[in-house]
Design a protein around this ligand. Structure first.
Ligand SMILES: *[C@@H]1O[C@H](CO)[C@@H](O)[C@H](O)[C@H]1NC(C)=O
Ligand SMILES: *[C@@H]1O[C@H](CO)[C@@H](O)[C@H](O)[C@H]1NC(C)=O
Ligand SMILES: *[C@@H]1O[C@H](CO)[C@@H](O)[C@H](O)[C@H]1NC(C)=O
Ligand SMILES: *[C@@H]1O[C@H](CO)[C@@H](O)[C@H](O)[C@H]1NC(C)=O
Length: 266
């Protein structure tokens, strides 16, 4: 029992510096010229001297500050920081944060705040995602007969790698049903961005009038998401065609789809 108490109090005394939290925006847009602040809030005990604060990005040192000197930006962050930014009036916390003037994809990754004193050290890490919105995003349909329909969703020139699903639901019932993917592929362009194609197929008879077919695009780890939708209505077209009907099922079933305000007849 006695030894446990000694161990515990020993632990507390050694803890002369402690990181309370590290603040990193969840996701930022590439090259948007919107400054971001990456902050590291720590508490120091009076016995902690010789404070050194360092930041690492993906294990590469990018920042070094020894109060009361001015901080230094290194490596990837050289010339990318506002070195006059003050996160606190406290002289031992003043330059603890990074103010990145224009975050770009090369500055994405794991940020590590590393604080040390003469007797102790602490560190904490947090991930920053830098994304590039897509250049193109659409949902198409194609069919050969009156039985099945393919829905193809394409997103082009997005970063990082997105996720996509195609699903349907009936407007009134909000029950989503993921349509079975039959083909998919992702390619990485030379500029580092991704292009993804997903095709899902369903029997037309499984779609109800008023079904909404949606393709949902997401960048994992961020709140970035977009949706394209098609609205399905069966349409009896026989009466439109006064001519002879060729082939039994030819005009028995047709589909009316409204795609972002435009109407498509199949
Ligand atoms: C991010 O922005 C930079 C600067 O405009 C650009 O050169 C780079 O291609 C972009 N990265 C991606 C993955 O789009
Ligand atoms: C740092 O965190 C502590 C504890 O959470 C808080 O009391 C303090 O206000 C914070 N300091 C700054 C400058 O944000
Ligand atoms: C799909 O839709 C896009 C945009 O609406 C169009 O540019 C493209 O040609 C269509 N592709 C196919 C295979 O129908
Ligand atoms: C549906 O997609 C599959 C797989 O890509 C393809 O083999 C088939 O021809 C497509 N059907 C239609 C009607 O586009």
């Amino acid at each position: 029992m006695g030894s446990i108490i000694v161990l515990l109090s020993g632990f507390i005394i050694v803890n002369s510096v402690q990181i309370n939290y590290i603040l990193v925006p969840q996701a930022v847009q590439n090259n948007s010229h919107q400054p971001i602040i990456i902050d590291c809030n720590y508490s120091l005990r009076p016995d902690g001297t010789d404070l050194v604060l360092q930041w690492y990005l993906n294990e590469q040192k990018i920042y070094h500050w020894v109060p009361p000197n001015k901080p230094q930006a290194l490596g990837l962050l050289k010339d990318r920081l506002d070195l006059n930014f003050e996160a606190s009036v406290d002289v031992l916390s003043r330059y603890r944060a990074l103010k990145i003037e224009n975050p770009t994809v090369d500055l994405a990754g794991e940020y590590k705040c590393y604080v040390s004193t003469s007797i102790d050290e602490d560190f904490a890490t947090r991930k920053l995602i830098v994304f590039e919105p897509e250049k193109l995003f659409f949902l198409n349909h194609s069919y050969e007969d009156a039985k099945t329909v393919n829905f193809t969703c394409v997103v082009a020139d997005i970063y990082p790698e997105p996720s996509m699903i195609i699903y349907t639901n009936k407007k009134e019932k909000r029950l989503d049903r993921i349509l079975q993917p039959i083909q998919w592929g992702t390619s990485k362009e030379q500029n580092g961005r991704y292009t993804m194609t997903l095709t899902a197929s369903t029997f037309i008879e499984t779609l109800d009038a008023g079904s909404v077919i949606s393709c949902e695009l997401r960048i994992p780890g961020t709140s970035y998401s977009k949706r394209k939708t098609l609205l399905y209505y069966p349409l009896e077209m026989r009466s439109w065609n006064r001519g002879p009907i060729v082939g039994g099922s030819y005009l028995h079933v047709s589909i009316l789809l409204i795609c972002q305000g435009s109407i498509i007849f199949l």
